[in-house]
Design a protein around this ligand. Structure first.
Ligand code: TYD
Ligand code: MG
Length: 454
């Protein structure tokens, strides 16, 4: 029989390699490749035996409604991201940077579900029960019927779960769990995989929902949440800038609901507060029209969100001018700059360019291209855009503007927040709400003419 050989796994992205290397070829991270303990040899064709797996015809599964039964927590932002509520027997991974507020969010979630009558168990491997209780007290949740446990041994946790049969078990965090069947340190790729595997099988077997916390790690000692993303039903990331109080819970994978859905929270002295109208929040810091700012009417998941894109363009003393981007993709900035130069004859060579999305929001939609171009041009010309105007549209490499989806929702949200004009690509079907004028523009050159009278 072939000897099981060791494999090497990147703790940041989960990619497997045949041999160790300083840098992961898949994600580019340095010093993140770790040796994974070899698994025991699987059954070979000759030694196959044991019980045969039971097969069930699809039609025999009953005629129950195809929509899974869900339990809502009453935290509307969380329920939205889960696709309408918690699905029994599902496994959910909540990833995020350390200190971003995952434990706070999940303790609040546990309390809300418990108050709706679900049996909730919060297992902490990082904090003592007294610490969790202190936090609960500070959040005003001390009286919620949630059971706490401090445990890191996977075997003990599974025994507890089997005895308690909770509706929801929260494991904080997966990197502190330790399985005695795996011969490596807690937090290593093999341990994190084994713990995730055992806990998700428990969820499927017993019909309990399981939420796993996973810290995003920058160094390679501890396996990140990417390593278990494929094992769970739903992957949520909790994001935000440390200096900002806004936190965004984003569904990047969801077997029971739309992906890309976001929930917006604000970190306050008394825990996370829900933000029902994120557009108003992201625009609340907006001053009088300033050069370099453009309001982008975007769509996040199923709802429209308005954000302010800010640009600063300043003469550069450097041979290779700076390009700094926060909250947007650096590649798209480079593309937009190249299109402005090649198609409209507006060069940015010799200028440092800084681009930022206000409020710590991350924007990934291609529809933001036109707002980025508008902010860049406004900053370069030192001319403010009209204060009542929103912008959206994708820019193609030819300089043409491409229509984007959900135009009507974008315009409605803008109108609701007091904007009265919009610039959109030609051929988009506007259906503009009353009181809103929409200028449809075919390409970037026409846009430059329209905005700055070139
Ligand atoms: P925490 O939930 O412990 O983060 P994680 O589990 O993701 O590591 O949150 C830690 C931060 O949240 C900490 O810096 C303090 C802040 N915080 C508040 O601002 N208000 C609060 O009510 C709580 C509980 C935490
Ligand atoms: Mg924590």
């Amino acid at each position: 029989m072939a000897k099981p050989t060791a494999t090497f796994t990147c703790t940041a992205c989960g990619a497997r390699h045949k041999k160790w290397a300083g840098q992961c070829e898949a994600c580019g991270a340095w010093n993140t490749i770790q040796e994974e303990a070899p698994l025991a040899a699987g059954p070979s064709a000759k030694s196959l035996g044991g019980a045969r797996g039971r097969m069930i015809p699809l039609a025999d599964l009953g005629t129950a409604e195809p929509e899974p039964p869900r339990a809502a927590s009453g935290l509307a932002e969380l329920d939205r991201v889960l696709g309408g509520g918690l699905v029994p027997a599902s496994a959910i991974l909540v990833g995020g940077d350390p200190g971003i507020g995952k434990s706070t969010l999940l303790l609040q979630a546990a309390a809300s579900f418990a108050r709706k009558g679900l049996k909730c168990l919060y297992i902490s491997g990082e904090e003592a029960s007294a610490q969790v209780r202190m936090r609960a007290h500070r959040l005003g949740l001390a009286d919620a019927p949630v059971k706490l446990a401090t445990e890191t041994s996977l075997r003990d946790i599974l025994t507890t779960l089997d005895a308690e049969r909770p509706d929801l078990a929260i494991i904080d965090s997966i990197q502190t769990m330790w399985a005695d069947t795996v011969d490596s340190a807690p937090g290593s790729v093999s341990q994190v995989r084994a713990a995730a595997h055992e806990l998700t099988s428990f969820a499927k077997r017993r019909g309990s929902a399981v939420m796993l916390v996973g810290h995003v790690t920058k160094e390679g000692q501890i396996a990140g949440p990417r390593v278990v993303e494929h094992m769970v039903d739903t992957v949520l990331y909790f994001e935000g800038e440390r200096g900002h109080q806004f936190r965004i819970l984003r569904a990047v994978k969801n077997r029971f609901g739309p992906a890309d859905e976001i929930g917006v929270f604000e970190m306050t002295g008394a825990g996370l507060a829900e933000v029902a109208n994120p557009s108003a929040l992201f625009l609340s810091e907006r001053d009088n029209p300033a050069p370099g700012a453009a309001v982008f009417a975007g769509i996040e998941g199923t709802r429209p969100v308005l954000t302010e894109i800010q640009a600063l363009v300043a003469p550069s003393p450097l041979a290779t001018p700076r390009r700094t981007v926060v909250g947007l993709d650096a590649g798209r900035l480079a593309t937009t700059l190249a299109v402005l130069e090649a198609r409209c004859g507006i060069p940015f060579a010799g200028f440092d360019v800084f681009l930022n999305v206000a409020g710590g929001m991350k924007v990934t939609e291609p529809a933001a291209d036109l707002a980025v171009a508008a902010a860049l041009l406004s900053a370069r010309e030192d001319a403010a855009l009209p204060a009542d105007c929103v912008v959206f549209g994708e820019i193609s490499l030819s300089g043409a503007l491409r229509p984007v989806g959900q135009t009507e929702n974008r315009l409605k949200e803008a109108r609701k927040l007091g904007f009265s004009s919009a610039i959109a690509p030609a051929r988009s079907k506007p259906g503009a709400p009353a009181g809103m004028t929409v200028r449809q523009i075919a390409d970037l050159t026409a846009f430059v003419g329209e905005m700055f009278g070139a």
